[in-house]
Design a protein around this ligand. Structure first.
Ligand code: 1CP
Length: 346
């Protein structure tokens, strides 16, 4: 399929709210630890080596394309590469996750962060080019970045967090400092997503994974406005923008104001109700509870069919999970779910 024909792919048609004979499917974290083939690569390299070596990033990106036959590929990388390029001393440790050895806690930490970092992220553009050669027009490639609030939380906490205590303390006690930090991340993220579009991705997803930690007012002030800034400065051309957050069941009306093409919905809300509440022309993506993929196959099939029946007659629906696949979900169940979806016809 040439680039021109990719616009006729199920995924891009659904993203632009056109009709499809069945919902397209891809899954957040589809290239990851639930796959034995991922571990064969992971055992040889560190996670950052995998991200920074275009051939390896392409190998991992292609695993779910080849093994699951999904309808869209997603670049193998991480939302934290922008923060690393800004000066974060990032490492990933098995069982612990990401860690920044130099967390951002005061004004001088913020002043020290770099904002012209496209050169440092060139390896992502290189990976995108290798992946597009491998995909050879078969399916679209999704690029992505973290939303400023979610990326900020890792920089301030120095890694993963359950309660985002230090991050929220900065928002509440030092809002001007928080805004400076968020502005710097938003600038880098805008440039980074434009670099990915320039390199040839066919769609963009913005991950605000931890938005659900925020109140409505704090989300509006510290997350929403920076996503708005990013989306309004993208050279979108024919590249749809997907806005994902945990908390979208609540924040969808605000997310819609930023004019994404697609809103990716967590599993709490009824997807049809969310879709009907959105302005015409905004598609939805979601929203199966990923825990369903632990369950018996009959349950997996029933829940997928139930979601599809609920969405019958709606253009602009991309199947996904409400959040990423957990590392211990059986591969066989994921494969089964993809097959159920691909056999479905409206
Ligand atoms: O297959 C894919 O989805 C593509 C690759 C991808 C993506 C889109 C990875 C690989 N990470 C991400 C995004 C990402 N990274 C998010 C947003 C999506 C989400 O909410 O799931 C977040 C919050 C991160 C941060 C991160 N990186 C975590 C989460 C830690 C936490 O706070 O809970 C972890 C464990 C990583 C490392 C990572 N990134 C990706 C993989 C496969 C891994 C595991 C690395 C390993 O093998 O040890």
């Amino acid at each position: 399929m040439s680039h021109q024909n990719l616009q006729d792919s199920l995924f891009l048609r659904a993203a632009f709210s056109k009709s499809t004979e069945r919902p397209p499917v891809w899954m957040m974290r589809q290239a990851g630890r639930f796959m034995p083939e991922y571990w064969e690569i992971k055992n040889k390299y560190s996670f950052l080596e995998m991200c920074k070596t275009p051939e390896i990033a392409a190998d991992v990106t292609m695993l779910p394309v080849d093994l699951l036959d999904i309808d869209a590929a997603i670049l193998f990388s991480d939302i934290l590469v922008t923060a690393e390029a800004m000066g974060g001393d990032l490492s990933f440790t098995q069982g612990i996750g990401p860690r920044f050895a130099n967390p951002v806690r005061n004004q001088s930490d913020i002043d020290n962060l770099l904002t012209d970092v496209d050169d440092k992220l060139q390896y992502v553009a290189d990976a995108i080019k290798v992946i597009q050669q491998r995909l050879n027009g078969k399916i679209p490639l999704i690029g992505f970045a973290g939303a400023p609030f979610t990326v900020m939380s890792y920089l301030v906490e120095g890694g993963s967090s359950k309660d985002f205590k230090l991050t929220k303390l900065m928002l509440h006690n030092q809002p001007e400092m928080a805004h400076q930090l968020l502005s710097k991340i938003a600038k880098v993220t805008t440039d980074y997503l434009n670099l990915q579009i320039e390199a040839g991705v066919n769609a963009i997803q913005i991950f605000d994974s931890w938005a659900m930690a925020l109140s409505w007012d704090d989300y509006t002030e510290f997350s929403h406005r920076y996503i708005q800034e990013i989306i309004s400065n993208l050279n979108r051309k024919d590249v749809p923008v997907i806005s994902f957050c945990k908390g979208s069941s609540v924040f969808a009306p605000l997310m819609a104001q930023t004019k994404p093409d697609v809103i990716s919905v967590d599993w709490n809300a009824d997807l049809l109700n969310i879709k009907k509440s959105l302005p015409q022309g905004i598609a939805v993506q979601g929203n199966l509870d990923p825990h369903i993929l632990y369950a018996d196959k009959s349950v997996i099939k029933n829940r997928i069919h139930k979601l599809f029946e609920r969405m019958r007659g709606e253009d602009g629906f991309i199947f996904n999970l409400g959040h990423g696949i957990m590392p211990d979900i059986p591969f066989d169940n994921v494969k089964y779910a993809v097959n159920v979806i691909k056999e479905f016809r409206y």
